[in-house]
Structure formats: C-alpha cells, structure tokens
Unconditional design. Structure first.
Ligand SMILES: [Zn+2]
Length: 450
C-alpha cells in the first residue's frame, strides 16, 4: 500500500490526535520510511546547530577583541566607533540566531505535521489539478512564506538598523517596496511557474532540461531589462552631474576599454546609510551605478578606485563565470527535482501521495519539498562558493591597483567604507569562511600591499 494517501509519517503525527483510523496497519510502511525522515530531520538540525554555533563562536571572538582597537586598525578607527561596530555585529548575530531557530522550527513543523499534503489536497479538491491551479499552489506557498518573514524584515529595518543609525526607510517606502515586489512576482514569477509546469506535460521525461532552459532564458532577459524596467520602480537614477568626478570616471572607463553609456547615481540613501557601487546590463545597455551615499563618503580618487574594481570584475570575466555557475545551478536543481519526483519514498516520507507520470500535479510536491530542503544541504557548500568569490575580489582589487598605478586610493576607500558600515573588523576565520563572499579588510589590504 505504498501509494495510499495515509501511509506516511505525517499521518503518524496526526493519528495521535484522532482515533478513527487503525494506525497499526500502516506501521510496517512507516518504519520503512523512518530512515528518510530521520535523515531530513538531522540535516535541518545540523544546519541550525551549525549556524548557531558559528554565530556564538564569532560573538566570542569579537568580544575577546572588544576592549581595545586592534593595532592594525588604530589609525583608521577611533575607540567609540570601534565599540559601535562591535555592538552592531553582536546585535545582528543575536537577531540572526533567533531567525535561525525560528526557521528550523517552522521547517520541521511544515514537513512533519502533515499540513503541506493536507493543504495540497484541499487545493486540488477546490481548484483541480491542471497547470494554473498547480502554479497557484506553489505561488501561494511562496507568498505565505514571505508573509511569515515580514515581522523579521520589519524588525531588522526599523529596530536593528535604526538603532545604529543606518535606517532611512520610511514606513511608506517599506510597505510600497513589498507591494511592488509582490506585483512583480504576480506579473513575472507566476507566468514563469505556469510555463515550467506546462513543460512537464508538453515534453515528458526530459521536461527538466526544457524547464531549466526556459528559466535560464528568463534570467538573462531579466538581467537585460532590469536596469531599464525594474530597478527604476524602486529607486531614482540620475546621471552623474558634469564636473571633475564625471570626467575622471569616464576617462577611467575609456582607459580600461569599458564601454559604458552612462554613469548614474542611485538614491540609496532613500533606504539605508550603507553604501555600494555596481554595474548592470550587458553591452550597450550597461550602466555604472554609484549609490549617492558612496559619492558622499569617498574622495574622487577613492571613487575612481572603486569603479576600477568593478570594471575589474568585468574585465576578468567574472560576470560570465558567475552566469555559467548560475546556469549549472539551475540545471542541477531541476535535475534533482525531476529525480525526486520519481521517488515514491520521498513523497511518502513527507505525507504526499505518489503518482507516476508527467503531470504538473505529480511534480509539484517534489518542487515544494526541494525548495524547502535545498538550503539545508546548500549551506554546507557556502565556504566553497566563497573561496571562489573571494578569489574574484582579489583579482578585481589587483586590477584596480594596476589601473590606478597605486594601491592607496582603494585601501583608503575600503577603510572608509568598512568604518562607515560598522563592518566587523575581527570576524572569526571559520565564520567569515561560511558567510563572507568578500575577503576581510585586513586580507584585502595585505594582498594590495604585497
Ligand atoms: Zn568586488
């Protein structure tokens, strides 16, 4: 009775509250599924415990250096600012621990309470099993999970960031951002989801290759149109005004043969005191964007070095390489879902009925479970990804140094930004290994001054 609706672990949990069904008949099947449930549970707990442990390790490390500015930073940061960076780091870590714990409890609850198969069953009974309602189910679970996250996002912005003077977001902007995000999901995400599900029915066993191709094409299109269509929905972009800075940056673009039509300033200060710079789009659509906060904080030579670093990412083909990895990631993800969608044990472990065949309704549970569980495994690979991304940062720094003929402007820029952003100056190496996509300030300075 593998395919029967109630031969699953979630039923075991439910059955303790209801006496109507004879549990013992299903026990042998339940026992066979137990190892898979235990593996899933261990993976979820291992991640939560791993994250909490890393956080504590880092907090202790930061506190051990808290009383006195470490000698390497004495000329760039004063004692009160350093103290504030320590407090900011600790506050963020503690908040992060709460979120980690909440996420783990929620995930365990979702997976083992039987609520997902129950909701899926109700949804199918009410709306049917064709592509649109199935896309609707996945979309609704996505919306529900982002609603659950709203109080945390609110707290992070209006309490935590606010306490350290970074929050400049108004409640109106915050609410509008969420609404715009939701609208974009409805207009772009939902049709994509429906198309992917339709491909299962159209293309059969190889659906995942088609689905991956469609998602990758969609991502490329998004990269292309985002600067012109999506980003202006959230921020105002104005061309960098005429003057010495503009001349200097365009001269740099020309010197490095980096064709760009415009250098624009984004009103990042609308949301936060943090600062950044980036470029978006391809080829002739490309534009360089500087946060207004960055322009306000850095001297001209420092801004030039930051831009040189960004150009370095492009010249060293990091963008193309990252795109390649993201394509590989999408393909792997869909291959995994397609494989899981053929595993009866996977469905039964989490209480879903298993049906073979290439229909949207047969694959949707695998997609949902994969989306919920992928992070528990992916987390352990983050140090590997970061080793790679940090190598890119070193290469971009070296490019900036070579272009500027001097490491000092970039060193000064990095120091200023680190202090302004109250970045943790003394992260534990293991912690930074898991969470930092960029090398620490000290590591970058050392590499630049070699
Ligand atoms: Zn970079």
């Amino acid at each position: 009775m593998w395919g029967a609706g109630q031969t699953h672990l979630a039923f075991l949990v439910q059955s303790t509250f209801t006496t109507a069904s004879p549990t013992h008949e299903f026990l042998p099947e339940l026992m066979a599924l137990l190892p898979f449930a235990i593996i899933a549970l261990v993976l979820i707990l291992a991640r939560a415990i791993g994250e909490s442990w890393l956080s504590r390790l880092n907090q202790r490390y930061v506190q051990a250096h808290a009383d006195e500015v470490p000698s390497a930073f004495r000329e760039m940061v004063d004692q009160p600012t350093y103290r504030r960076s320590v407090n900011y780091t600790l506050a963020k870590s503690r908040f992060g621990e709460v979120v980690t714990l909440f996420d783990a409890v929620l995930l365990i609850g979702l997976l083992f309470s039987g609520v997902l198969p129950w909701a899926f069953g109700k949804f199918m009974a009410a709306f049917g099993t064709s592509v649109l309602p199935m896309a609707g189910f996945l979309f609704a679970t996505g919306v529900a999970s982002s609603i659950v996250g709203l109080p945390f996002a609110w707290y992070a912005q209006f309490k935590l960031e606010d306490r350290f003077g970074f929050n400049t977001t108004t409640v109106k902007t915050w609410v509008l951002d969420r609404l715009k995000g939701f609208l974009l999901a409805v207009l772009l995400g939902f049709p994509l989801l429906a198309l992917v599900l339709k491909l299962i029915e159209w293309t059969g066993p190889n659906w995942w290759i088609w689905a991956a191709a469609v998602v990758i094409a969609f991502q490329l299109l998004l990269l292309l149109i985002a600067p012109a269509v999506i980003m202006p929905l959230f921020n105002k972009f104005t061309p960098l005004p005429e003057g010495s800075l503009r001349e200097r940056l365009f001269a740099l673009a020309q010197r490095t043969e980096f064709p760009t039509r415009s250098i624009e300033v984004m009103d990042g200060s609308k949301r936060s005191g943090h600062s950044n710079a980036f470029f978006t789009g391809f080829g002739r659509f490309r534009k360089i964007v500087l946060f207004d906060t960055l322009v306000a904080q850095l001297a001209e030579s420092e801004l030039e070095s930051v831009l040189a670093h960004e150009i370095g990412h492009c010249k060293k083909r990091h963008v193309v390489k990252l795109l390649g990895v993201s394509i590989a990631g999408v393909l792997t993800g869909f291959a995994a879902v397609a494989w899981l969608a053929r595993q009866q044990w996977f469905y039964c472990t989490f209480g879903f009925e298993y049906h073979a065949g290439f229909a949207a309704a047969n694959v949707v549970p695998a997609m949902l479970l994969f989306a919920l569980l992928a992070g528990t495994i992916g987390f352990w690979f983050s140090p590997l990804v970061h080793i790679w991304s940090r190598r890119f940062e070193y290469e971009a720094d070296a490019f900036a140094r070579a272009t500027m003929g001097d490491a000092q402007p970039l060193v000064q820029a990095l120091r200023k930004l680190t202090v302004r952003n109250l970045s943790n100056l003394t992260p534990h190496p293991l912690y930074s290994g898991f969470y930092y996509s960029h090398p620490t300030l000290l590591e970058r300075e050392r590499a630049l001054e070699e």
